[in-house]
Design a protein around this ligand. Structure first.
Ligand SMILES: Nc1ncnc2c1ncn2[C@@H]1O[C@H](COP(=O)(O)OP(=O)(O)O)[C@@H](O)[C@H]1O
Ligand SMILES: [Mg+2]
Length: 325
């Protein structure tokens, strides 16, 4: 049976309810630009004391495209992405400078003319949310934590955490595959694995909406994998989710071998496929948090709530006396 069929009766959150009950109700529109633009998000995260990939440069106009050559000579390994992109669209991950161009994660060389043509397409807004042109962000390439050596093909995996009112409610690990070319996005062919929020251990995997037990390139099991630095990941997600003023947000975190948990991006309209990866509906996890009269300022208290909620325990004990509705 397809995972989605089994989910139907398990409180699965549909696109309409996600949009109306949670995104519209909890995400003031004025905050969207903060998370829709990766250059702004980066500044915001630094403000909140969260680690981000180092920014090497920004290309805003066609006349600035040659900046890429300067950066490539100095850095060799970096990522080029549309600042308001989504779903991995347009992103190029490079790990070396060759005579004729730049080396991609799959070993192929992209000639300079193609690199520049691609950047001008990104500037035109071809891969970006909203209308109009975009800026191109060039940033440090994060290196996956060594624990992923047999689970991430040619790129970095990331952890998506759905944070509601500053409380993590669901998470999944996304693993790049040969097919997804250095990117971990599910619609690029990445594998999604559900994560037990309490332990940080993966529970099951999906690719293209079908259950998978093994990573397609390594044939290593995708379940029962302990995500490294799990307590820090929960804390980063909760801290940032609380800081930015968006009630319902997807926080994407890379566990970098050198920098530890690092914020990749925030998403004001996180997808609902995370439910398929966890074989668990979002609604039963969101409702108890929705009903809390207030949430604690202290990040560790919010994480206690997150764990109790994941275990299905009632949240009454977290309601402060005098705070009842
Ligand atoms: N700095 C980086 N270092 C290494 N890989 C990256 C970096 N930025 C993005 N990627 C890869 O590309 C994917 C998509 O990047 P992301 O910044 O989340 O953009 P999008 O909004 O398009 O999803 C990530 O999941 C990751 O696999
Ligand atoms: Mg992303």
């Amino acid at each position: 049976m397809k995972p989605f069929t089994r989910l139907a009766k398990a409180g699965v959150l549909g696109m309409n309810s996600r949009n109306l009950d949670f995104i519209a109700a909890y995400n003031p529109r004025r905050y969207y630009p903060l998370v829709d633009d990766k250059i702004i998000t980066k500044k915001l995260a630094i403000e909140a004391g969260v680690t981000v990939p180092e920014q090497f440069g920004v290309i805003r106009y066609g006349g600035e495209i040659n900046i890429i050559e300067r950066i490539a000579k100095k850095r060799a390994s970096f990522v080029v992405k549309p600042s308001r992109g989504s779903g991995g669209g347009g992103i190029m991950v490079f790990n070396g400078l060759a005579k004729t161009g730049l080396r991609r994660m799959n070993g192929q060389i992209t000639p300079w003319a193609d690199v520049k043509y691609h950047i001008s397409n990104m500037l035109s807004g071809m891969f970006s949310m909203g209308d109009g042109s975009d800026s191109v962000l060039i940033e440090e390439r994060l290196v996956p934590h060594s624990a992923f050596s047999k689970l991430a093909f040619g790129g970095v995996p990331d952890v998506r955490v759905i944070v509601f009112r500053g409380i993590p409610v669901m998470a999944m690990l996304r693993l790049p595959t040969a097919e997804s070319d250095g990117k971990a996005n599910l619609h690029q062919g990445g594998v999604g694995a559900g994560i037990d929020l309490v332990t940080g251990i993966t529970t099951r995997g999906v690719q293209h909406n079908d259950s998978v037990d093994l990573h397609p390139d390594f044939e290593t099991p995708v379940r029962d994998f302990q995500v490294p630095a799990w307590p820090e990941i929960l804390e980063l997600a909760s801290r940032l989710g609380h800081h930015i003023g968006l009630g319902y947000v997807g926080v994407d975190i890379v566990i970098c071998e050198h920098k530890g948990p690092t914020l990749l991006e925030l998403n004001a309209r996180p997808g609902i496929a995370i439910q398929t990866a966890n074989l668990r509906g979002l609604r039963p996890l969101l409702m108890p948090v929705h009903k809390l009269p207030s949430v604690p300022e202290d990040v560790h208290e919010r994480i206690e709530i997150c764990k109790a909620n994941w275990r299905g325990e009632p949240l009454d004990r977290f309601i402060a006396p005098g705070d009842e509705v």
